[in-house]
Ligand binder design. Structure first.
Ligand code: IPM
Ligand code: MG
Length: 372
């Protein structure tokens, strides 16, 4: 298959984790005879430094003319604590999402037995946790009108949704639920917000078309609690932009590390794939970041193109790395940590060897360092 992929390494650890994802794409190109061409573009704080804007017309054009986008992370602390700055990296991300109409952000949450020891939750709660969050990404309070009074003492952000904005992502979530364990949970705040009541009405209507899918409704405060108390109860969670932002970070740590969670943003045009973690500036340049979320985002990209064998190869490679303690420091607990750059090498090697690596069962117990 031939595809054009725009690479947006971004800020902080973005470029380091993206590099590992690129090793994987190149290995898949070789092993499966695909031609995924990679073209890098500036985005985020680095683009502000170079061009005065987080998203240049050139980068946007590049993205619009590609088949998919692979993004690292954006953000820089120099923008976080100064609310008076007129230009900030996040504006670039929001503009990109809006321009590409990426209305559906898909964040799968699953646990790995091998990581139970690094999860903040008890192992008994982690068994069989496997759910996916469908977060609306181009509407709601993120994009509503913003106001600041002239004397700068009163501010407001409008939260607005139309039935069309709700139904287009709802159909995706229902389809996903129908193909999975047939349960959909709408997370809202319908006891307080008019927009949430509209979400409920639209979901109730659409649910008539999916009689096999069980639908339940949770207020977002209760949902936050339930995700910690009993995460195994969820299959597909559907929610609006802001609630989705918050509960997906909450859900992500269940797995043991924010560094394990990939995401896909899909809409009408090009799709975008990115780890859900941020730019983690404290780790920049130290080669300690966990690139598995970025690599798993690459797997989601292959799934998006219908290349399931390739995606499975990557996911199995990640499981293999975990089983063989090839993990970065966030997951290593008391064991020796691997650098970020080694994870990409090991995954590429796994793919080139078509998954035929059996270090753990090797009687000589050859260390990975010797082999690579
Ligand atoms: C995310 C991030 C973004 C968001 C930020 C960087 C604007 O937190 O993708 O979850 O809030 O959507
Ligand atoms: Mg977020």
């Amino acid at each position: 298959m031939k595809k054009k992929i725009t690479i947006l390494p971004g800020d902080g650890i973005g470029p380091e984790v993206v590099d590992q994802g690129l090793k994987v794409i190149n290995a898949i190109n070789q092993s499966f005879d695909h031609k995924f061409e990679l073209k890098e573009a500036d985005f985020g704080a680095i683009s502000i430094d170079k061009h005065g804007t987080p998203l240049t017309d050139k980068t946007l054009k590049e993205c619009l003319s590609s088949d998919a986008i692979f993004l690292g992370a954006i953000g820089d602390p120099k923008y976080d604590n100064n609310p008076n700055l007129p230009v900030r990296p996040e504006q670039g991300l929001l503009k990109l999402r809006k321009s590409l109409e990426l209305f559906s952000n898909i964040r799968p949450i699953s646990t790995y037995d091998l990581l139970f020891n690094v999860s903040p939750l008890k192992s008994t709660l982690l068994k069989d946790v496997d759910f996916v969050i469908y977060r609306e990404l181009t509407g709601g309070i993120y994009f509503g009108e913003k106001k600041l009074s002239e004397d700068k003492t009163i501010a407001s952000d409008l939260c607005e949704y139309s039935d069309k904005e709700i139904s287009r992502i709802a159909y995706q979530a229902f389809e996903a639920a129908a193909a999975r364990r047939k349960k959909l949970t709408l997370v809202d705040k319908a006891n307080v917000l008019e927009t949430s009541r509209l979400w409920r009405r639209v979901i109730q209507e659409i649910s008539q078309e999916y009689p096999d899918v069980e639908v339940d409704y949770l207020f977002v405060d209760n949902a936050a609690m339930q995700i910690v108390l009993n995460p195994g109860q969820f299959d597909v969670i559907l929610t609006e932009n802001m609630f989705g932002d918050i509960i997906s970070d909450l859900a992500s740590v269940i797995t043991g590390s924010l560094g394990m969670l990939p995401s896909a943003s899909v809409g009408k045009k090009v799709a975008l794939f990115e780890p859900i973690h941020g730019s983690y500036p404290q780790a920049q340049g130290l080669d300690i970041a966990n690139p598995m979320a970025a690599i798993l985002s690459v797997a989601m990209m292959y799934e998006h193109f219908g290349l399931f064998q390739e995606a499975d190869m990557i996911k199995n490679g990640i499981k293999w790395a975990l089983a063989n303690d090839v993990v970065t420091q966030d997951l290593s607990a008391d064991k020796e940590a691997s650098p970020c750059s080694k994870i990409g090498d090991v995954l590429a090697w796994y793919i080139e060897e078509k998954g035929e690596l059996k270090i753990k069962t090797d009687p000589a117990n050859v260390s990975l360092n010797c082999i690579i």
